[in-house]
Design a protein around this ligand. Structure first.
Ligand SMILES: NC(=O)C1=CN([C@@H]2O[C@H](COP(=O)(O)OP(=O)(O)OC[C@H]3O[C@@H](n4cnc5c(N)ncnc54)[C@H](O)[C@@H]3O)[C@@H](O)[C@H]2O)C=CC1
Ligand SMILES: O=C(O)C(=O)COP(=O)(O)O
Length: 597
C-alpha cells in the first residue's frame, strides 16, 4: 500500500485513541461533530494537556525568523538549539511540548518515541514535510502543521535567479575570475528572450515562475495534468502534454511535488525526447530527476546546462558527479531562504504552533486527527472508501482542462438529516488532491484546499427504500470534462466514473465507467479492458503469479458475452514495469492501467 494512503487512513483511524488521550474543553463534554468541523480558526475544542497548568516549552531546532521567535516567547518558553545530533534531539524532546524545524532536521519515529507523550505539535517552517514521520506523529497523537504559502515567491524568485545565472554562466565565470582568470570568450551565454520555457507543475510556485518568465520575454508553456486551464489562461500560458512540453522547450523548470508519479520523471527515456541543448532548472525536489540519467544526458550533450537547488540526498556527497559537473550550477536548497520569506514562514508557523498549543484548529494541519469517536465508529469504512474512490478517480485522469468538476452521489436509505456527509466529502477531496500535489488535506482544510485549486465538488443524495441501519449503500465519484488514461472509465455521459460500496466492513469498487466489477479496495488495482473470451483471467493471473505479485481479488464486468469486458485485479505488491508490459502484451488486452490506493 502506498505510504501516503496508509498515513492518510491512520490519521483518521487512530482518532479514538488520540481523543481519549487529550483533555477536552472546559465544558468537559465530547465536542459535537459540527463544532469539530467548523472552519473557524478561533474555535477552541481541545486543550492539549501539557499546556493546562504551566507555560509550554517550544524547541526551535533550526534557524527561525525573529518575529516568529518573539510570537512564540509571548506564550511559551523557547529553546533555540540548532545543529542538534539525532541523539541530542531525542534527549531534549522529552522536555518539550512543541518542536519547530525546517527541512534539515529528521523528525523520526525515535523522536516521537523519546518524547514520552509530551510532544504535542511539530511545526514545519515551510512546505515539504518529507523530513517528518507523519505516521509516527499521528500514532503518538502529535499534530503536525506546516507553512505552505509564505515561501512561494522566494522559491519562484530563486528559480528565476538560477535560470538567468545558468544562461549566462554566472557561477562558473565568478569562480574563474576569482581564480585569477579572465575568460571572456569561454563564458558566452544564451539569451532568454524568445525562448520557450516549459513550467512543469503549475501550482503556487510554478505559476509565479511563469509570470516572471513572461516578463523576461520568454514564451511560456506549462504541463500540469491537474491545473485548471483558466488559471493558466489568466497568466497567458498554454497547458500542454508532458511529451509536448519536454520536446519543445529550450528551458525546463520543475515545480511539481515529489510523489510516486513524479519520482524520477526526468530519466533516460524522457531526456532522450528533449530538444538537444535543453537547459533544466530544479527548485522542487531532487527526487523528481534521475540524477545519474542527468549526468549522462549532460555528457551526451542532450542537456546543455542544469541549475539545481535540491538533491535526492541532502547534502549530496562531496564527490557527486552532478554537483561537480562543469555545466551544472548548484545551490544548497536555498529556494525558501530570503529574509522576507523566512520572516513570513516564521510568523506563519509560530501562529500555527501557538494556536495548536492553545487548542485551536490549525488550517495548515497536516494530520489533524479530529473526528469524534462516535461519528467515526459508524463511518469508518465509508471514510476509507471515500478517500480511495477519490484517489482512483484522479489517477484515471490523463488530460483535459484540469480536474475542476467533481460530482459525488451518495445512495442511502437514511433521511438526509441523519447522514452528515462532510467527513466523506473531505476524504474524497483528500483522495483527489493528495496524489497530485504537495498539499495535505484533512477535515479542516478540505473545502479550502478544493477552492484554492478551482475544484468544484457537488454532492447529490439518492434516497433508497429499505432499512436505514447502515449509513450508506454506495458512493459514486464522477469527474467531468477530462480525458482518461483508461478509456473504459468514461461513462455513457462522458465523465470518469467510479463507484464503491462497503461489504462486510471492507470498501469495494463496484463500477468503473459503465462496467460493473467487484474488487476489494486494499493494496492496489490493475484494470484491463479486453475482448471477453475464455482463458483471460488465467493468462493475466499467471503473468502476475510468475512475477511473484500476489492477487487478492479478481472480477470481470462485461457488456455482453464475448464483447468487451473490464477485469479488475487487486494486487498486494506493486508490479514492476516489466510485469505491466507483459500484461499489456497479451494480445486480447486492449488497454490497462495500474492504480495505487
Ligand atoms: N527549493 C525550495 O526551497 C522550495 C521547494 N518547494 C517545492 O516546490 C514544489 C512546488 O511547491 P508548490 O508550488 O507550493 O506546490 P503546489 O501543490 O501549489 O503545486 C504543485 C503542482 O504540481 C502539479 N502536479 C502534480 N503532479 C504533477 C505531474 N505529474 N506533472 C506535472 N504537474 C504535477 C499539481 O497539480 C500542482 O499544481 C514542491 O515540491 C515543494 O516542496 C517549495 C518551496 C521552497
Ligand atoms: O518549503 C519547502 O518545501 C522547502 O523546500 C524549503 O525548505 P527549508 O525550509 O528552506 O529547509
Amino acid at each position: 500500500m502506498a505510504a501516503t494512503t496508509s498515513t492518510a487512513s491512520s490519521n483518521i483511524l487512530t482518532t479514538k485513541k488520540n481523543l481519549s488521550s487529550l483533555s477536552l474543553t472546559s465544558t468537559n463534554k465530547l465536542p459535537t461533530f459540527s463544532s469539530l468541523y467548523s472552519s473557524s480558526r478561533r474555535q477552541r475544542f481541545i486543550v492539549l494537556s501539557a499546556s493546562l497548568n504551566s507555560k509550554p516549552t517550544v524547541l526551535v531546532a533550526e534557524k527561525l525568523g525573529e518575529a516568529g521567535i518573539n510570537l512564540l516567547k509571548d506564550f511559551a518558553n523557547v529553546d533555540c538549539s540548532y545543529n542538534l545530533s539525532p541523539d541530542e534531539l531525542c534527549t531534549k524532546i522529552s522536555l518539550c511540548d512543541a518542536l519547530i524545524v525546517r527541512s534539515g532536521t529528521k523528525v523520526s519515529r525515535e523522536v516521537f518515541e523519546s518524547s514520552g507523550g509530551r510532544l504535542k505539535v511539530v511545526g514545519r517552517a515551510g512546505v515539504g514535510i518529507d523530513n517528518v514521520d507523519l505516521a509516527a506523529a499521528t500514532e503518538h497523537g502529535c499534530l503536525v502543521v506546516n507553512a505552505p504559502t509564505a515561501n512561494t515567491i522566494a522559491a519562484a524568485e530563486h528559480g528565476i535567479a538560477l535560470l538567468a545565472a545558468m544562461a549566462r554562466n554566472v557561477a562558473q565565470a565568478d569562480a574563474s575570475l576569482k581564480a585569477g582568470k579572465w575568460l571572456r570568450n569561454k563564458y558566452v551565454g544564451v539569451s532568454l528572450v524568445g525562448k520557450t520555457l516549459a513550467v512543469m507543475g503549475f501550482g503556487k510556485v510554478g505559476s509565479e515562475v511563469a509570470r516572471r518568465a513572461k516578463g523576461l520575454g520568454m514564451h511560456v508553456i506549462a504541463h500540469d495534468p491537474y491545473a485548471p486551464a483558466d488559471r493558466a489562461r489568466a497568466v497567458g500560458v498554454e497547458l500542454v502534454s508532458f511529451d509536448e512540453a519536454i520536446a519543445t522547450a529550450d528551458f525546463i523548470s520543475l515545480h511539481m511535488p515529489l510523489t510516486p508519479a513524479t519520482a524520477k520523471i526526468l530519466n533516460d527515456e524522457t531526456f532522450a525526447k528533449m530538444k538537444k541543448g535543453v537547459r533544466i532548472v530544479n527548485v522542487a525536489r531532487g527526487g523528481v530527476i534521475d540524477e545519474d540519467a542527468l549526468v549522462k544526458a549532460l555528457d551526451a550533450g542532450i542537456v546543455a546546462q542544469a541549475a539545481l537547488d535540491v538533491f535526492t540526498v541532502e547534502p549530496p556527497p562531496q564527490d557527486s558527479k552532478l554537483v561537480q559537473h562543469e555545466r551544472v550550477t548548484v545551490t544548497p536548497h536555498l529556494g525558501a531562504s530570503t529574509i522576507e520569506a523566512q520572516e513570513g514562514v516564521a510568523i506563519e508557523i509560530a501562529e500555527a504552533v501557538v494556536g495548536a498549543l492553545k487548542g485551536e484548529l490549525a488550517s495548515t494541519a497536516v494530520n489533524a486527527p479530529m473526528v469524534p469517536a462516535e461519528v467515526l465508529t459508524e463511518l469508518k469504512p465509508y471514510v476509507v472508501l471515500a478517500e480511495k474512490l477519490g484517489r482512483l478517480a484522479v489517477q484515471l485522469v490523463s488530460g483535459g482542462s484540469g480536474v475542476k468538476d467533481v460530482k459525488v452521489t451518495y445512495a442511502s436509505s437514511r433521511a438526509p438529516d441523519d447522514l452528515d456527509t462532510r467527513v466523506l466529502r473531505a476524504m474524497i477531496t483528500k483522495g483527489l488532491i493528495e496524489p497530485i500535489s504537495s498539499v495535505f488535506v484533512n477535515l479542516v482544510n478540505a473545502d479550502f484546499s478544493a477552492k484554492q485549486r478551482g475544484l468544484r465538488l457537488s454532492e447529490e443524495r439518492i434516497h433508497l427504500d429499505g432499512s436505514p441501519e447502515s449509513p450508506l449503500d454506495s458512493i459514486q465519484v464522477q469527474i467531468a470534462n477530462v480525458e482518461s488514461k483508461f478509456a473504459s472509465a468514461i461513462s455513457e455521459t462522458g465523465e470518469i466514473k467510479v463507484e464503491g460500496r462497503v461489504k462486510d466492513g471492507i470498501p469495494h469498487l463496484i463500477k468503473v465507467g459503465s462496467f460493473e466489477v467487484d474488487v476489494s479496495l486494499e493494496g492496489s488495482i490493475i484494470l484491463c479492458r479486453q475482448v471477453d473470451q475464455p482463458g483471460m483471467i488465467g493468462r493475466v493471473g499467471s503473468v502476475l503469479g510468475e512475477q511473484n505479485v500476489n492477487v487478492s481479488f479478481m472480477s470481470v464486468g462485461r457488456i455482453a458475452p464475448r464483447k468487451q469486458a473490464v477485469m479488475a485485479i487487486g494486487v498486494d505488491e506493486q508490479p514492476s514495469k516489466e510485469t505491466l508490459k507483459m500484461i499489456g502484451d497479451i494480445p486480447a488486452i486492449e488497454e490497462f492501467v495500474f492504480l495505487k490506493l
